[in-house]
Ligand binder design. Structure first.
Ligand code: GYE
Length: 338
């Protein structure tokens, strides 16, 4: 029998492997999610060493991703070198430099922003260290600088949120947008997808848009400023679109403190699908969340094992996400894995 953790990991990988199968550009990848033996790099003696450069701990999503990678490394007997960049690209570049100097077998990178990776990725390539990108993509002119990207389709997530909100507002209303970290793939793409969806609904307008840096505190602060503007004679706010749940939860607090009801006076939609978002939906304060699966550990280490074994990998594997409305929150909250 599997323990609870193993079953969860298996369910997560199963979802991702469906997405592998569905991704048009994907080369079929043989996934071995339940391998319990220690990963080995040289025919059975030395355990594999992997450096993981993580962005930070800005959100519930991020914490869940870190946990998934750490626990999967432990389960496979991988020696994991973990580095927390505290939201700074320069710290990630330093961490990658250190991993290269230590001659790790592979690097897993969750890049904070899209731009500026070429020099360090060239160093990794010159040292023949494969780099697996998880969760966010990079902008490089030569895609041989990384092995594979395992991530959600952020444009599709933004589109789902936009289409849902336009329906909820009956095609008319004023929306404020809380953006993620400037320059980050999910911030760029979730904005793009949302705006694409609104093209079909010209009376739904984004009246203000600012970064809340993917954190609850900043989401609250920015929402407070938006509400002050509205209450001081500015345009009425009908809805909030937040690029992640944490910012939405901060915005909900700001709405309540302004004497309004989140979920009815102001409609709130966000992305991630973390447990606290489901709790807020059950409480009637959040209207909708688009899932973004952070349980990337199993797929990331499958990719590491595959590349070290010389197997080819697709350039991108898309994690499939679903949308959850308030009306189903009670029913599904018990089965949420993060
Ligand atoms: O949605 C947000 C986080 O990169 C997909 O980063 C990830 C995003 C996630 O901080 O909560």
């Amino acid at each position: 029998m599997w323990n609870k953790n193993e079953r969860k990991q298996y369910q997560a990988i199963k979802k991702i492997s469906y997405a592998y199968a569905a991704a048009a550009m994907a080369v079929p990848l043989c996934l071995t999610p339940l391998r319990a033996v220690a990963a080995e790099s040289d025919g059975g003696k030395k355990p594999v060493t992997v450096g993981f450069s993580q962005i930070g701990a800005e959100s519930g999503w991020r914490t869940a991703e870190t946990k998934s990678i750490r626990s999967e490394a432990a389960r496979r007997g991988v020696n994991l070198k973990f580095s927390d960049a505290q939201q700074k690209q320069e710290n990630q570049i330093k961490a990658l430099g250190a991993f290269i100097a230590q001659k790790v077998d592979a690097i897993i990178l969750a890049p904070v922003v899209e731009a500026g990776w070429e020099p360090i990725l060239k160093q990794a390539k010159a040292a023949k260290i494969p780099v697996i990108l998880v969760d966010r993509g990079v902008n490089v002119s030569d895609d041989s600088l990384y092995t594979t990207l395992i991530a959600s389709d952020f444009v599709a997530e933004g589109k789902m949120a936009g289409e849902w909100l336009a329906g909820k507002l009956n095609g008319k209303g004023n929306v404020v947008e809380l953006q993620g970290t400037p320059g980050a793939a999910p911030a760029i793409d979730r904005k793009k997808g949302f705006e694409e969806a609104l093209k079909n609904h010209p009376a739904v307008r984004i009246i203000k848009s600012q970064t809340g840096e993917f954190t609850r505190a900043k989401g609250k602060e920015v929402m407070e400023a938006f509400l002050k503007g509205a209450q001081g004679g500015g345009t009425k706010i009908n809805a909030v679109y937040a690029h992640n749940d944490d910012m939405a939860l901060g915005a909900i607090q700001a709405i309540e403190e302004a004497g309004l009801k989140p979920g009815s006076d102001v409609i709130v939609v966000s992305i991630d699908g973390i447990k606290p978002a489901f709790e807020a939906m059950v409480a009637g304060k959040l209207n909708c969340t688009v899932e973004c699966n952070p349980l990337l550990g199993p797929a990331a280490f499958d990719a590491v094992e595959a590349v070290l074994a010389g197997r080819s990998l697709p350039k991108k594997s898309v994690v499939r996400d679903r949308i959850f409305e308030q009306s189903v929150a009670k029913e599904v909250i018990g089965s949420r894995e993060y």
